[in-house]
Design a protein around this ligand. Sequence first.
Ligand code: KIV
Ligand code: ZN
Length: 517
Amino acid sequence: MSDRLIIFDTTLRDGEQSPGISLDVAEKLEIAEQLARLGVDYIEAGFPVASQGDFDAVQAIARSVEGPVIAGLSRTHRSDVDRCWAAVSPAERARIHVFISTSPNHMEHMLKMTREQVLAETRAGVARAREHTDDVEFSPQDATRTPLDFMMEVLQAAVDAGATTLNIPDTVGYGIPWDFGALIQYVRREIKGDFITSTHCHNDLGLATANSLAGVQAGARQVEVCVNGLGERAGNAALEEVVMAVKIRADQFPGLEVGVRTEELARTSRLVSRLTGYPVQYNKAVVGRNAFAHESGIHQHGVLADASTYEIIDADSVGQRGRQIVLGKHSGRHAFGDTLTKMGLHVQGDALNAAFVRFKELADRKVQLTEADLEAIVAEEIGGVGADPAFAFESLEVTGGTVGVPRARVVLTRDGEKAEATAEGDGMIDAACKAIKAATGVDGTLTDFNVSSVTGGVDALGDVVIQLEAGGVKVSGRGVSTDVVEASARAFLNATNKVVRARARHEVRDPVTEVTP
Ligand code: KIV
Ligand code: ZN
């Protein structure tokens, strides 16, 4: 029988809890589809009871994403478990992940429950979940700060009530690899029953990947991970790091199989980065833009002679060569659509038309575009074109700057109607955003602004990612252009369209009643 390491991706649940990230249903679906292409075993799609938006996203993913098992997170209350099941049950295979805090700290300050109450909640929550499905995961939150005897009692109660996976969360990133490994070994040895042991490691001490691997070495056969190491605070164990460590150091994990198609890692990382607005650090292992770059003459000389001199991972095997030139200004619609399909980007209808128009505009200015450029264009256009009519630029003129008052004039169209406005600002970007606000009537506050280049070189596309908050809705927006003012205006309009869409679909989160794990 094969010995498989189950990759449980929680980018859309724990990753989405990263400060400032707020994905809408369409964005979550896009990420889930890419995770399926990547070949993860489980997608934890969200926490359905948290808000209507979370519920809708989990349900949409369960309805349409094929391949991975779809999991939802749930507290132990019967109504939470039932709501979770309502969201995940349309999936071909679904899991309920039940959790409750077990550390004295959380029990005192958050739950205000005794040990007996926590035990009773565990039994009830898991048993209720088992009435819906035979795939039930249980997590004692803050396990690494929980007295061992109590954690074991709770875990045994969970297995007796029907849990099939026992996840050991290092919720606050307190674990040290050898200690965490020993904990996993102890759980496997002492808890009676048939279950898989899982790790869920946070990165507060920069040890999330190391702790997860220590858990695997001790017999854990599920790892909970996030693309780009996203997650609460310093994040979770990075999917790409754990997967590549197990593959590259197979000598340390003999016979262990991982189902992930590693050639999709870089693309998945870029997609998640764009949609969440979280940049990937340049020197990030596996997926960072410098992960295969060599600076010193000696290193360059070695790599030119043979890549293995300084590289332990084949760049192709993780999709890191996808920056080559693919299309130019003479490429037609057919070649454009074809290239997107080959890249695994399934764009159709209005989004494809809009993306092609943008491609032509940019190809005229930049001459040649890489895969990364095309991904950026498509990401921007998909974000702006939804089921509801979106605002689109007809024209944007920005004048002034170092000399003279910065002034912007914008003409937008929406559903055949024109909306135009002129505004002055502190700078050219500010003027453009104010004009967009006046034309759309959406008065948002910019809470974050990030500029980077899609690829290197002087003709690189500027990639602007912003976070916008408007009346309780938090969204990200992105825009690409060879001109940074234009990219910023595009990002602002992209975010504004998301606010309009969220309002139309009542996807507005209520920060007061919202529950998070
Ligand atoms: O970090 C944590 O404890 C969690 C649980 C809900 C599994 O995310
Ligand atoms: Zn977590």
